[in-house]
Design a protein around this ligand. Structure first.
Ligand code: NDP
Length: 493
């Protein structure tokens, strides 16, 4: 029997509304001109004597200068962490440890507004996202793992569990405070001490967190935060007295780290790149799915390892979906990250902007059809319009490689089997999305997609109780939930 054609209901986005500027105030933010390293509970000038600038990507103006930790500084930080582990933290009753972690969680909540503004200034993300996602989730991670501290006996019932010692943690620039929370909270809750290095372009909220940690009275040396570039991270990776490396960042650097620690006793977790398939079936609620596509790729300017950067639309609805998607893209406001109306803020750095532009050129040269929203973008700062490619093939580089920007590659499919094969035909395996009104189809597709996290009829939902991590070149190990504790402990058999 011939299928009845779905009647298209057009959502009218063109309301001719003009939004007046709604900037978040910066008056309450306390920032120093210069930040030192946070080692052994104190802010300490670097032995290297070097500092670098951190700039606001929306204005290209310097916000502050930040210490660059050299190998001697890494040595001091590791020594402080070891000393604190041996003499204080590992000796402290677990319920006492948890009190400090709860205190840090509450202090983040108390200073949430300040954290949100600084996150948006330093990294370029819209204030709506730093206010509603990054900061509350960071606090939630500390709350959640504070609860684990005195429950280590239940991590592996019947077995003895103990901490590893000193964890070296290296984080990227896309979720600076949240990644610091993901790393620090499970590590210290399970009795380890840490040395954490934020990314070069976004060090400020980690340093603000250091202030909170200092105020919380956490014993000196439990958390050390050292700033610097790739060389600082490499010095941590090679340090012989670090027991575990936790890394989030690019697959290329993940491979360098894996090679560097091969043959040593160090444990490691790697949370690397992704190129997620967001799959829209013809029976999906199309308008909701379009919102999910927008959220999947344009959240945080597309600087998201689990971004839904490959869209698969069932052929029978591809015209409607793409038309509605383009209509919706036209409504996105690109601009000042501190404005509450902004949907897409600034690209994190000039390097990243250049990389995105390069990929768009590659996509066009490969024969893809490029569509960009016609919105205005500020003349100063690093901004990029929401972009999508159609007429791309499975082998196109914009389909296979992680762009880490607001660029979506759209493909179509006919059958469930076809889309599963296409979705899995990629070096990555971090995340995915499925949109359909059939529960059975959700179970079939999600059980066959090779991805660590898969959302059904939603996208980009995060929760501290839920494990997150990937397969294949997306890394190994899980963060979040009980799974997030396991890489920080030794289980005696
Ligand atoms: P990197 O992987 O280089 O950065 C991640 C972290 O590792 C940063 O703190 C970085 O320091 C540090 N680092 C860099 N080199 C080394 C090294 N040899 N040893 C130890 N640590 C090191 O990512 P980039 O910032 O360079 O971004 C490049 C690309 O990576 C992006 O375009 C994007 O595609 C991808 N990316 C993916 C992320 C993800 O979560 N999947 C996150 C970030 C980037 P520093 O920043 O100071 O150089």
């Amino acid at each position: 029997m011939a299928k009845k054609k779905k009647k298209e209901v057009k959502v009218n986005f063109n309301t001719s509304w003009e939004y007046a500027p709604a900037p978040e105030s910066k008056d309450h933010v306390r920032l120093k001109d210069r930040y030192d390293l946070f080692i052994n509970g104190k802010f300490t000038a670097p032995v290297s004597g070097k500092y670098f600038d951190t700039i606001n990507p929306a204005t290209e103006k310097k916000i502050a200068e930040v210490a660059e930790a050299g190998t001697d500084d890494v040595q001091l930080a590791v020594k402080a962490a070891r000393n604190s582990y041996e003499h204080t933290w590992s000796k402290m009753p677990a319920r006492e440890r948890s009190k400090y972690i709860y205190r840090i969680a509450r202090a983040i909540q108390e200073r949430a507004r300040e954290f949100a503004v600084i996150e948006s200034m330093d990294g370029g993300k819209p204030i709506r996202e730093s206010r509603d996602v990054d900061v509350p989730l960071a606090a939630a991670h500390f709350f959640y793992y504070a609860g684990w501290a005195d429950k280590m006996d239940y991590v592996a019932p019947g077995k003895k569990v103990h901490a590893l010692g000193v964890a070296g943690q290296i984080i990227p620039w896309n979720f600076p405070l949240l990644m610091a929370a993901w790393k620090i909270a499970p590590a210290i809750a399970s009795g380890n001490t840490v040395v954490l290095k934020p990314a070069e372009t976004t060090p400020l909220t980690a340093l603000k967190l250091a202030e909170i940690i200092q105020e919380s009275g956490l014993p000196d040396g439990v958390v050390n935060i050292i700033t610097g570039a790739g060389a600082t991270g490499a010095a941590m990776v090679h340090h012989p007295d670090i027991n575990k490396i936790a890394f989030t960042g690019s697959t290329d650097v993940g491979k360098i780290i894996q090679r560097a620690i091969a043959g040593t006793q160090k444990k490691y977790t790697l949370e690397l790149g992704g190129k997620a398939a967001n799959i829209i079936f013809e029976d999906a609620a199309i308008d909701q799915a379009v919102e999910g596509i927008i959220n999947g790729i344009f959240f945080n300017q597309g600087h998201v390892c689990c971004a839904g950067s490959r869209l698969f639309v069932q052929e029978s609805v591809s015209d409607i979906v793409i038309r509605k998607l383009k209509d919706r893209m036209e409504t996105l406001i690109v601009g000042d990250p501190l404005d509450k109306n902004t949907d897409i803020g600034a690209i994190n750095s000039k390097d990243q902007l250049d990389k995105i532009k390069q990929y768009v050129k590659i996509g066009v040269n490969e024969g893809g059809d490029c569509y960009q929203s016609s919105c205005a973008i500020p003349s100063k700062g690093y901004f990029f319009r929401p972009t999508l490619f159609t007429n791309v093939s499975q082998s196109s580089r914009v389909v296979q490689e992680e762009i880490f920007g607001p660029v979506l590659a759209v493909q179509t499919f006919r059958t469930v089997e076809e889309v599963i094969e296409k979705a899995n035909n990629i070096p990555y395996g971090l995340s995915g999305g499925v949109w359909t009104d059939k529960g059975s189809k959700i179970f079939k597709v999600t059980s066959q997609l090779r991805a660590g996290v898969i959302w059904a009829n939603t996208y980009n939902k995060f929760d501290p109780t839920s494990p997150f991590g990937g397969y294949k070149e997306s890394g190994m190990g899980r963060e979040g939930g009980l799974h997030g504790v396991l890489p920080y402990v030794e289980i005696e058999n």
